[in-house]
Design a protein. Structure first.
Length: 133
């Protein structure tokens, strides 16, 4: 059993369906064409947002490292003794809070290019995580 689980609801179903296929979705305003993080449903002007495929490319903004036994092996550092979570700025503009995987946290640097990959903690949904390119 995992200590980390994310579950879908009606408004997030398209996001998780896409993640299961290896595609990162974000939201876009069809009126002003501004991109938003997946959790947002309306732009500041009140327009409903549409799902849009993101490139999956980003830069690392900031991060935190949780030392000790990771909540799930899918979220562990390569040595398995910590987990890293951070904010990335997508090429399209929105910031996402995500796991940072496949890297020793001591090598992380703000501004480093990162790329999406998908992890599936426990038996839950596929989630976007980022790893250095």
């Amino acid at each position: 059993m995992t200590g980390f689980r994310v579950e879908r609801d009606e408004s997030s179903a398209a996001f998780f369906d896409a993640a299961a296929r290896g595609t990162l979705l974000i939201r876009t305003c069809p009126v002003c064409e501004t991109h938003w993080a997946p959790g947002r449903t309306r732009c500041p002007a009140g327009h409903s947002l549409e799902w849009t495929e993101a490139s999956g490319r980003a830069v690392l903004v900031t991060w935190a490292v949780e030392h000790g036994t990771p909540l799930d092996p899918a979220l562990a550092t390569p040595r398995g003794d910590a987990s890293a979570f951070g904010y990335v700025e997508l090429e399209e503009g929105p910031w996402l809070q995500v796991p940072i995987v496949g890297v020793d946290p001591a090598s992380l640097r703000a501004g480093s290019p990162v790329q999406v990959r998908f992890v599936r903690p426990g038996d839950g949904e596929a989630l976007p995580a980022f790893t250095p390119t």
